[in-house]
Ligand binder design. Sequence first.
Ligand SMILES: CC(C)(COP(=O)(O)OP(=O)(O)OC[C@H]1O[C@@H](n2cnc3c(N)ncnc32)[C@H](O)[C@@H]1OP(=O)(O)O)[C@@H](O)C(=O)NCCC(=O)NCCS
Length: 198
Amino acid sequence: MSAPPVTVLTATPEEEAAIIAAVRAAPGRTIAGPEHVDGLYALLSDERVSGPIYDLPRPITRDRIAGWVAQSADLQQQGRCILAVNLDEAGEVAGYSRFSIWPERSSGELAGARRADLQNSGGGRQGVTQSIGWMFEVLGLRLIGLTAALDNVRSARAIEGAGFRSMGEVESVKPDGSSRRSLYWELTREEWERLHRL
Ligand SMILES: CC(C)(COP(=O)(O)OP(=O)(O)OC[C@H]1O[C@@H](n2cnc3c(N)ncnc32)[C@H](O)[C@@H]1OP(=O)(O)O)[C@@H](O)C(=O)NCCC(=O)NCCS
């Protein structure tokens, strides 16, 4: 139940087609497949990892995670989603990123988490910045909107550290239909380029 940005952009047909092709290809990312379901289930069963994330299927069971992986793969073929895993040196799932994309709006959103033993290492901010750059430069998006729980200080710091503009609060709708207040930020590609290229 991820939500598109508050600001509405309209992509040209060519831009939309290029974004869909880039999302399907997702260069440089390890796409979650059936072989990662057990690892994702173990990762997300830890409340320190999944607790702050509103758009996960709940309660978290192995079957639900398998369905979420399969659904994300279907959406990727439509150019609307990339569910990627980060693997550690042992090949275990140590984190995930889920990119939601609205190609007709040239817009996207990002959610993700790191395994508890890897949190608070300074890697979160670096990971957010790297993923945001990839969304603008490789997927070709022009706008990214991000949310975080009101008390998620680490996310807020990482998001603002990447240059996002705070735009107050929004109501986020969870997959079960209930809602949660979230902090909300946006960043355009032009702003990103000004921050990181000049
Ligand atoms: C959010 C998450 C990816 C961040 O990764 P991380 O490696 O833990 O984060 P970092 O160590 O890079 O810390 C991020 C920022 O928060 C700051 N921070 C950490 N703990 C803090 C605290 N208690 N008070 C204030 N700031 C704090 C850090 O100093 C850092 O800011 P800086 O880059 O300006 O120095 C990770 O904590 C996580 O997976 N959390 C669970 C899932 C989650 O919340 N996902 C995001 C949903 S929007």
